[in-house]
Design a protein around this ligand. Structure first.
Ligand code: ADP
Ligand code: ASP
Ligand code: MG
Length: 432
């Protein structure tokens, strides 16, 4: 039998400081001694990425995206080298590689690049040489120029290949992409909680750990703010059929499997809740009610890579209407810059913004088969005196926009209203 290949990813809190890095190294060494080949992906230590962002912000309001990505990528370089050194001192052969050295190529979208491909030759060569390969997560190199390098390399091609980062939480995506490319036997995401819970355990004390969750439900939860897994990572796992294990790096305990969920058909229930504070609401007041206006508003936002989430357009009155929509709060300044000129150009009455809102969502494949979930969700929020500002739905999700300062209360009330602390009947039966 060939040697199993295990991909292990350690998040920021798992490598925050020398002691934790040494502990992670001991865990890796144990797995290595058990006989697996290992590719280990690491995030930047603790809050390093936030600190680097703050440092750039202290220098300029408008950092150059290319320089910012080079800066942010250094966070992961630090932890990768330190984990490698910690392994060396345990007598384990190891080498750290940056994302580009690991053959990860991306498109050229700084700050949220998508992986375009992985050339696994270097990683495979290091594995064949008996080393544990530590890969700096969250980064790659833009393919511009790279594809042609072998055949037609010129100096300008070489300069066109740039370091990119994969968006916040992007080390998860590095891990799943490498697991898929290398056809790893296991893909383990080690973090600071024991697995995926019915809600963020930091704010819902009754949140219950799930043993399994389907890709689709996990994607919705991640998309709606459960930062425990990056959305792209779940999507890549789904497309490539990679079973993802989420587990604690601090204790030996069973984690949660993200995979095709065979029980989903039998369920008729809300699976989990997610909340997201990275939300801002923009309202365009008195927008002329004529064809093409929405295109003028959303076109420039799309071109600038601003992701518009919920959109509500009121019924028009007297030739004008109001349009409200949400975007990530971190992109509010950019969106305002793009939309300000349109107020005059298109003849809006006003543009207002609100960055004190948050999203709360219920997610579950059962939602599509049974009525009554929306009523229960809205009723629960009403009983708590929480005003709903916007609503959106998908087949397996209902999302509300509420005031940010009520979000924790809303999550706890909804968790109780849907009895999420109770194990599901099908799960209990499956467990015997
Ligand atoms: P890492 O640094 O390991 O990548 P993250 O901070 O990105 O860790 O993600 C782990 C955090 O995600 C947890 O500490 C938890 O507060 C949060 N979280 C939000 N929703 C959930 C959920 N449904 N299940 C588990 N954790 C969640
Ligand atoms: N260090 C990056 C971040 O903080 C990537 C990651 O942790 O996955 O977002
Ligand atoms: Mg993370």
């Amino acid at each position: 039998m060939s040697t199993p290949l295990v991909v292990m990813k350690f998040g920021g809190s798992s490598v925050a400081g020398a002691e934790r890095i040494k502990r992670v190294a001991r865990r890796i060494a144990r797995e290595r001694t058990a006989g697996s080949n290992l590719v280990v992906i690491v995030s930047a230590m603790g809050d390093t990425t936030d600190e680097l962002l703050a440092l750039a912000a202290a220098i300029t309001d408008d950092p150059d995206p290319r320089e910012l990505d080079v800066l942010l990528a250094t966070g992961e370089h630090q932890s990768a080298t330190l984990v490698s050194m910690a392994l060396h001192s345990l007598g384990v052969a190891a080498i750290s590689l940056t994302g580009p050295q690991a053959g990860i190529t991306t498109d050229g979208t700084y700050g949220k690049a998508r992986i375009a491909g992985i050339d696994p030759r270097r990683v495979n060569a290091e594995l064949a040489a008996g080393k544990v390969v530590i890969v700096a997560g969250f980064q790659g190199m833009s393919t511009k120029g790279v594809a042609e390098l072998e055949a037609t390399a010129t100096a300008s091609d070489v300069h066109a290949a740039e370091i990119t980062t994969l968006g916040r939480g992007g080390s998860d995506t590095t891990a799943v992409a490498l697991a898929a490319q290398l056809r790893a036997d296991r893909c383990q995401i080690f973090t600071d909680v024991k697995g995926i819970y019915t809600a963020d355990p930091r704010i819902a004390p009754d949140a219950r750990q799930l043993s399994v969750i389907g890709y689709e439900e996990m994607m919705e939860l991640a998309h709606q703010g459960a930062q425990v897994m990056q959305v792209r990572a779940v999507e890549l796992g789904w497309v490539n059929g990679v079973t993802i294990e989420v587990l604690s790096s601090f204790e030996d305990a069973p984690g949660t499997l993200i995979k095709e969920d065979a029980l989903v058909e039998q369920r008729n229930k809300v699976r989990g809740l997610a909340h997201d504070r990275n939300v801002a609401k923009i309202t365009l007041v008195g927008v002329p009610d004529r064809p093409g206006v929405a295109n003028h508003v959303f076109g420039p936002l799309a071109d600038a890579g601003v992701i518009v989430d919920m959109i509500v357009q009121n019924v028009g009155h007297g030739g004008s209407t109001d349009i409200s929509f949400t975007i990530p709060r971190v992109e509010l300044a950019k969106a305002k810059r793009l939309l300000d000129p349109l107020v005059r150009e298109l003849g809006f009455v006003d543009m207002t913004t609100d960055s004190s809102v948050a999203k709360v969502s219920i997610v579950g494949a059962g939602i599509q088969n049974a009525p009554g979930y929306a009523a229960r969700m809205f009723g629960t929020l009403a009983e708590a005196g929480i005003n709903i500002e916007m609503i959106s739905t998908s087949e397996i999700r209902i999302t509300t926009i509420i005031a940010e300062d009520r979000v924790e209360e809303a999550v706890r009330a909804l968790h109780a209203a849907f009895s999420l602390e109770q194990p599901e009947a099908v799960e209990a039966a499956a467990a015997g």
